[in-house]
Design a protein around this ligand. Sequence first.
Ligand code: ADP
Ligand code: MG
Length: 707
Amino acid sequence: MATQTRTQSSSSSTARSLETDVQFVKGVGPRLAGILAKLDIFTVRDLIYHFPRRHEDRTRFAKVSSLRHGESATILGTVLAADNVKTRGSLVLTKVALDDGSGIATLTWFNQKYRKDQFLKLKGRQIVAYGTVAEGRWGVEIANPEWEPYSEGADPLSSGRVVPVYPLTEGLFQNQIRKAIKGAIDIYVPLVVEVLPEDLRNRLDLMDIGDALRNIHFPESQAALEAARKRLVFEELFLLQLALALRKRGMEMPGHGTQFKMPENFREELKQVLPFELTKAQKRVVKEIAADMAKPQCMNRLLQGDVGSGKTAVALAAMLIAVRNGYQAALMAPTEILAEQHYLGITRMLENLGVLEISVDLLKGSLRSRQRQQVIERIASGQTKIAIGTHALIQEGVEFHKLGLVIVDEQHRFGVLQRAALMEKSLNPDILVMTATPIPRTLTLTIYGDLDVSIIDELPPGRKPIRTHWKQIGERKKVYHALRTLIDQGRQAYVVCPLIEESDKLQVRAASELAEFLQTEMFPDLVVGLLHGQMKTDEKDAVMKAFRAGQINILVSTTVIEVGVDVPNATCMVIEDADRFGLAQLHQLRGRVGRGDEQSFCVLICEGNSEDSIKRMQVMSSTSDGFTIAEEDLKLRGPGEFYGTRQSGMAGLKIADIFRDIPILELARKEAFDLIDKDPNLRHPAFKTLRKDLNKKYEELQLAVIS
Ligand code: ADP
Ligand code: MG
């Protein structure tokens, strides 16, 4: 293992290590380090593994005069002017004129007034802008471009080459992070230890780690970039699949779990608790779960069901089984709002048993420390039968008396790996993971390689499909007038504000401006509420409570309401700048309405600036089936397509995209499972480094297996 010896000797001859504080990298320093910390970059390793979001070929910039409708382009030009104009839909449009000598392009933003000042300050300076070109009212237009100030000469890393574009945070600029990463790569990449055995790399034609890291940031060529990406994606998925393979084997060993018996009057009790009859699909799934819970092995099951298919009732049935066998059950939600909603819903249903004999507790961050202590004590003593909370439930010193079942709601927010932390924590509870992310079945088996799958493929009866309409920005006023009619009939509505990825602060500002606009200009006589991610938990709670109670007519929100919120009287959703969202996300958002008997509506507002966004709007208007949408989504995301990857469902994966990288995923899975078959404990010396890395990365997953 030549690589290994080399790297070891070089690391012992110097005090430098990958764990060195990032501030000591050339060109970083304490101030920049403070900003990088916001991106969770603390060490040199973190910095090297902060991968570009995309690359830009700046061996040439496109000329404005030769831009074609529909293409993606990067242009370099001088800011001439910036202005706000009101459109017919009484929306504010910011226009920025950019001159590159060959022509003038207009950059546009909707309802982000502050952009005007931002760009007036840059008047006469050069900026680089990237986006989809449209032939618009003002000639060549780019809506919602990505952009950054440009300074030539000073920064050869940002021009004349294929340039990496990184995820940023407030106060951080591309050229700064490029310099920092370049500095880190030059010195530290030789310290990165190769984990993939040489013969595996040779056989699969994978680049070695050093070259891969250098080329993923500053590629020598397009081909080198692709090879680098392939290698890094493979490594990431291979380690994940190894961990899954090891766990699945560990899981299959009998005698680890609890054998829950079917409670005597289970059916009657369930009937008593639920305010409705279970659908056929729900019944079938409950049966599958009950059968699994009865086995001596641990249940490890994924429950898939489209938004609104009624997963909560199924969860309740499973919890009832655990509780009636004398065990505790935990239900974990991705947000406090959701945890609270589950708490309310489940307590309400259990009250149907008459005396509330199954005690339910909610553990949330906003509890005062005394209350919190009391809840923790009740959970520890076993008095609490059902504990509901966020993932804080499995952290922070919460001990259960006799935990038998853990249910994780909306898994895609948790990430595969957190699930494992649970198992370590407690005895060996059965685990049910619920998700509304429709993933084609083959893909499910591959990603959640160690899970069994149940699917609810039917919606509760009487559901009217949500009517979805796509409207142009000019029709915006009409949309809000129509909304008033619904509100006059006693309904409530969500308005989802445009997605701004570059900064949370700007996102909050956009949301606040939209809420203010609606309150003052459109609905002065109604109550408009606001919900966004930067609010404190109790503020969010208060808003949700008021909305649920009908005291708020219109709730303006960021995507924090994307998951699971259930207010049946809210029958209309307006999504502003809808083409900024991916299909899967639009589907999740839309799922917040259509939850009662009333006809529900969803209005998507956007211009449709590219073929792709037009296609997405058409898909959304024509179907409400999650699986169809997932498939369309998959088709639409060609390589080089970047939005939407965030919700692809795998927190913890830095570079792999489970949709785009299916072939590599399949390869990694096969190699990993073959390897574990041949060498169950990875004893072979060639795997020494791999084993160490695996242990470190997925410690929680298989501690018992590799020692
Ligand atoms: P999701 O699968 O999205 O979590 P929920 O469990 O929140 O869905 O259920 C959505 C809505 O449908 C809730 O208001 C719930 O009370 C209702 N519901 C669930 N199952 C049924 C059923 N079998 N019949 C009628 N309504 C149901
Ligand atoms: Mg739900």
